[in-house]
Design a protein around this ligand. Structure first.
Ligand code: MLT
Length: 378
């Protein structure tokens, strides 16, 4: 596909294509659109309004967010740089609405807010909100929006953050919404940080273009893989290999998305042959919290889909091993010391990339780049 802008390959209904204004579309109309068609409604004229779908990111935006993440990381190393960053958004407040468990995404978003001087409040358990008194989730979120300037949301309901962005766009507080993981469908900020990790890992190897990325584990319900596959579509000649037990293989919607875009991919139930040819191996855990009945995934033998210590000898010397975490038995801790195991760095990258996303939503990308440039030349 390789287009640099969102939604180029779409053919939406003509009457909707020109508007692309979230406040000007009915919810049922928005829902009828595909993700590709919906994405432009979540961007403002700078392309940086809400962060809800991987489909909002073209290559140019990914490159810029990566550069911004690097600039923030470097600026934050010095005291004057950290103070500059902290003053950028010190008049803003964020609401972290995380009603689904989270460690890394929650803490990295909160740390990103702290880096930029944003004060944050949090709701992590709806049992402590008026939802227990029968208030709808929408009213609750709209209430929280009265007290903040940006909403960062994780819920188990697919599309809930999109719905809230739409609800708020129709209110007198149309604040930006960031999707921090929605059901089984999307995890755009994780996918952007994964791309950043790949960009940095392949800096001296021509970048992400032409690389072979092997995804392993529960690909059916892993939202990180679903969003990352969409972002990888924006690179040239990337080959994706999806390795999973048949029951947990990547969804047909993602396969159709890749086929329609002419992106090469392969499905496999055999991990071993792909280890020596991969540029990146992206491990995932079984997402059994989504089992229809408890223990449904348990009978599936996933042991063949674990990375073992002996696989280090087979892996290419310049390849990388990634994992969005949490991990279970997919990667033994002994592997952590190998320089190709980049998952701890990937985790920390999340903080810089989330800071970059927030800074750019509030229009501070240029001032950060200017600060970085001034420091370099002084
Ligand atoms: C997620 O929120 O999707 C995680 O980062 C990955 C996982 O839970 O396995």
């Amino acid at each position: 596909m390789n287009d640099n802008s969102v939604g180029l390959s779409i053919e939406p209904r003509a009457e909707l294509v020109n508007r692309c204004n979230l406040a000007g579309i009915e919810w049922h109309e928005l829902q009828d659109l595909s993700n590709e068609q919906r994405a432009p409604y979540f961007n403002n004229e700078r392309g940086e309004d809400h962060v809800l779908l991987a489909q909002q990111f073209g290559r140019e935006r990914l490159d810029r967010i990566g550069q911004l993440g690097t600039a923030i990381r470097q600026i934050a190393k010095s005291r004057d740089g950290a103070i500059f960053l902290k003053e950028l958004l010190s008049t803003k407040r964020a609401m972290l609405y995380f009603t689904q468990p989270s460690s890394r995404t929650f803490l990295s978003f909160r740390s990103a807010c702290q880096i930029l001087g944003i004060e944050s409040s949090e709701v992590r358990d709806t049992a402590t909100s008026s939802e227990v008194k029968g208030e709808s989730q929408e009213d609750s979120v709209r209430t929280f929006s009265s007290y903040c300037d940006v909403m960062i949301m994780r819920t188990h309901v697919p599309g809930f953050s999109e719905r809230m962005a739409w609800v708020l766009a129709h209110s007198d507080r149309p604040i930006p919404v960031l999707n921090a993981g929605s059901g089984k469908d999307q995890h755009p900020s994780q996918a952007v940080l994964d791309i950043y990790t790949l960009q940095r890992s392949f800096e001296k190897q021509g970048g992400i273009d032409g690389k072979r990325i092997v995804f392993v584990g529960d690909l059916l319900r892993g939202r990180t893989v679903r969003s990352l596959a969409r972002l990888l579509m924006t690179y040239d000649d990337v080959k994706m290999v999806f390795v999973a037990p048949d029951e947990l293989q990547i969804g047909e919607d993602i396969q159709a998305m890749l086929s329609d875009a002419g992106v090469a991919f392969e499905l496999s139930a055999d991990f071993e042959p792909h280890i020596s040819t991969a540029d990146a191996i992206y491990m995932t855990r079984v997402q059994d919290e989504w089992d229809a009945s408890e223990g449904r995934s348990t009978p599936i033998d996933v042991s063949k889909f674990h990375f073992e210590i002996r696989h280090l000898d087979v892996m290419r010397p310049d390849a990388v091993l990634m994992h969005p975490f949490p991990r279970r038995e997919e990667i033994p801790i002994e592997v952590d010391h190998d320089r190709r195991a980049v998952y701890w760095r990937q985790m920390r990258n999340g903080m810089w990339i989330r800071a970059a996303l927030i800074a750019s939503i509030f229009g501070h990308a240029d001032s950060i780049f200017d600060f970085a440039e001034d420091r370099e030349s002084s």
